[in-house]
Design a protein around this ligand. Structure first.
Ligand code: DX5
Ligand code: ZN
Length: 231
């Protein structure tokens, strides 16, 4: 048994936002392991999406069991912890660059009954995230593979070095990649050691999202199996 499992989390940013509940259900029916909900405040990133009232509506629409990660691309991540927990978020992923006190924030997120994720932008060195994890472990480390703000951008392969370093030090941690991830580059993510795969346009714009989700999962699982055999 490997220490970590592959999980595919579609990002619904590029879906039909007027039909968000149905789009989320469609992704779950197509085999998504969790939903990745991109929250943007127009300040931390140059785009605005939605906040906790919408997350609450999504939760009502999809029911209690599906796992929802909120990716908080906001300037004051401390401000929304309670509201997101009450709205039904399960994983609260904040940006290290935006947190005033990341260690305390992780504790506060857990106090509200959620898992804590910490994301880093492409320009942020992985050493900063490793330092944080050394003093305060998070549940998820999310490596951005595009500049946060918009879906549909190109995957930044040099970010795989960050994933590799994180995996070397943390063999059981949930490590995510987010941005431009699809069938063309999934092998790079898998080989570097990522297991939480966020994918937006590659899934949402496909005529066969179920196949894309299955293909992504197969590549990651194959690498996980090989890694287990080599141990
Ligand atoms: C980017 C978001 C991502 C993105 C994923 O700011 O955090 O979740 O929307 O979509 P694709 O896969 O299209 O880059
Ligand atoms: Zn995201």
């Amino acid at each position: 048994m490997c220490a970590y499992q592959c999980k595919i989390g579609p990002s619904i940013l590029n879906s039909d936002l007027a039909r968000l509940g149905d789009e989320c259900k469609r992704m779950l029916e197509c085999g998504a392991d969790y939903l990745h909900l991109d929250v943007m405040d127009g300040h931390f990133v140059p785009n605005i999406t939605f906040g906790h009232p919408v997350v609450q509506c999504i939760r009502k629409s999809i029911g209690d069991s599906p796992v929802c990660e909120v990716h908080m691309m906001v300037s004051k991540p401390e401000q929304w912890v309670k509201a997101m927990a009450e709205s039904g978020a399960n994983i609260y992923t904040f940006h290290l660059e935006a947190a005033e006190n990341a260690e305390q924030l992780i504790k506060d997120i857990r106090m509200e009954g959620m898992k804590a994720g910490c994301a880093i932008k492409p320009a942020t060195p992985v050493s900063k995230l490793l330092d944080l994890l050394y003093t305060q472990m998070a549940d998820v480390a999310l490596v951005m593979t595009v500049e946060p703000g918009f879906g549909g951008q190109s995957f930044m392969r040099p970010m795989m070095e960050k994933v590799r370093e994180l995996r070397k030090v943390h063999p059981t941690l949930d490590i995510g990649v987010d941005g431009g991830v699809g069938p063309n580059c999934i092998h790079h993510c898998a080989e570097a050691g990522a297991n939480m795969i966020v994918s937006g346009s590659a899934i949402m714009r496909s005529n066969d999202p179920r196949k894309v989700i299955t293909d992504l999962r197969n590549v990651v699982q194959e690498v996980i199996q090989q890694t287990t055999l080599e141990r």
